[in-house]
Ligand binder design. Sequence first.
Ligand SMILES: Cc1cc2nc3c(=O)[nH]c(=O)nc-3n(C[C@H](O)[C@H](O)[C@H](O)COP(=O)(O)OP(=O)(O)OC[C@H]3O[C@@H](n4cnc5c(N)ncnc54)[C@H](O)[C@@H]3O)c2cc1C
Ligand SMILES: NC(=O)c1ccc[n+]([C@@H]2O[C@H](COP(=O)([O-])OP(=O)(O)OC[C@H]3O[C@@H](n4cnc5c(N)ncnc54)[C@H](OP(=O)(O)O)[C@@H]3O)[C@@H](O)[C@H]2O)c1
Length: 422
Amino acid sequence: MAAMANEFDFFSRRCVWVNGPIIVGAGPSGLAVAACLKEHGVPSVILERADCIASLWQKRTYDRLKLHLPKQFCQLPKFPFPEDFPEYPSKKQFIEYLESYAKRFEVSPLFNQAVQSARYDETCGLWRVRTVGTGADAGNRSHEVEYIGRWLVAATGENAEKVVPELDGLRDFGGDVTHVCDYKSGEAFRGKRVLVVGCGNSGMEISLDLCDHNAFPAMVVRDSVHVLPREVLGKSVFELAVLLMNWLPLWLVDKIMLVLAWLTLGNVEKYGLRRPSMGPLELKNTQGRTPVLDVGALAKVRSGDIKVVPGIKRFFPAKVELVDGQVLDVDSVIFATGYRSNVPQWLQGCDFFSKDGYPETPFPNGWKGDCGLYAVGFTRRGLAGASADAVRTAEDIAKIWKEELRPAKRSFACHRRCISQI
Ligand SMILES: Cc1cc2nc3c(=O)[nH]c(=O)nc-3n(C[C@H](O)[C@H](O)[C@H](O)COP(=O)(O)OP(=O)(O)OC[C@H]3O[C@@H](n4cnc5c(N)ncnc54)[C@H](O)[C@@H]3O)c2cc1C
Ligand SMILES: NC(=O)c1ccc[n+]([C@@H]2O[C@H](COP(=O)([O-])OP(=O)(O)OC[C@H]3O[C@@H](n4cnc5c(N)ncnc54)[C@H](OP(=O)(O)O)[C@@H]3O)[C@@H](O)[C@H]2O)c1
């Protein structure tokens, strides 16, 4: 590894000096920032808890998943999607693209390295990042490592951990209970009555997938939701919104989106899909709630194949009681209740990130903290947002790297200073 200038054993924990930024997470954000740094001639090290790149896409998504935005909004910096890829690449194609991306920029993350803590050491002016081994290395204390470096890039994503609500009686339910991150296809649910909790993009699409596998989904919609068509007259609604936002205020673009939705989808409220009072783009910007882009679930809602039900009151063995008093017989429960960032679990002594795991400073200034800390992929703007963060972060670090640092001298000096502190 070119980026490592030195390493030594300190009792059971190895300490490794990183000559360049330490990036946590080898998803699209981590890969993009490492690639952009490489283009500037800055080495880096990526620490990844899983045994592969893009573990969210490879291990925690369902089989039928496709990008729901056109490919030009999902490509990473400096490397477009292949021309023969469709407008909405499949999950398999997206993973292939990410593999080629890592290969093209010679990005080789360190796998099975789960970051437990990262803190800035003011004494030596460096970040100290501790990892434990995962996979085959799990529990082996000799695989605990401390990485030390001048910059830290948080790229662990907005979907690092699943969210599973605590609901009364769930322990007594007795049937299968899973989260959508473990769902692959409806095959395993053929003929079953499945309660899908949540009506985001995941809840809607797996309800559709369950129908396609002859299961009987009931989808819990506890509140309101914006459903938009993915396309209008063959044109991506997202692309249209981006275009209109160049000319019109957000509230007006929201109104146009809702008129288009009404013209294309009709009145969805009569099926139990009440719209929020705030428009879809404003809701996304202010509360991070993503509108659902319909890929076919709505037709199944209309036909009654997907039953829309209100919030859950409590579970009983093989049953669920809803807030309106209905009791349903249920074989399986799938939580499509979203994800959360895990930054507060590992980033210590730093108030740049709030308790919910997102930067305190609002967009567009939340990518850079103090003391060489950066956040890539926390703007709730999908892959396009992550790419923009990666470009800015790499430029900023490269500027300091080129102007202020003499890599060989600096790394040696820091390393010696640091070792003497340990
Ligand atoms: C089902 C689904 C579909 C989506 N579809 C789209 C889409 O079509 N278009 C779009 O723009 N966005 C989409 N998104 C949003 C998604 O967040 C991005 O596509 C993208 O994966 C974000 O990349 P990331 O690198 O920031 O985060 P991630 O892809 O989540 O990668 C973060 C990496 O960090 C690692 N990690 C986490 N914690 C630690 C730790 N403590 N130590 C070491 N490593 C750690 C994880 O293992 C993971 O590999 C989708 C999300 C989901 C869940
Ligand atoms: N094709 C694609 O590209 C694709 C597919 C799937 C997902 N995604 C993306 O992946 C990210 C995560 O999506 P997601 O759908 O998994 O999560 P999400 O957007 O966070 O949606 C979670 C859903 O669960 C509901 N919920 C949470 N707690 C609940 C409870 N106790 N009872 C009932 N409902 C509850 C929420 O309702 P409230 O709104 O009331 O809180 C919401 O409907 C999003 O960015 C999404 O766009 C993309």
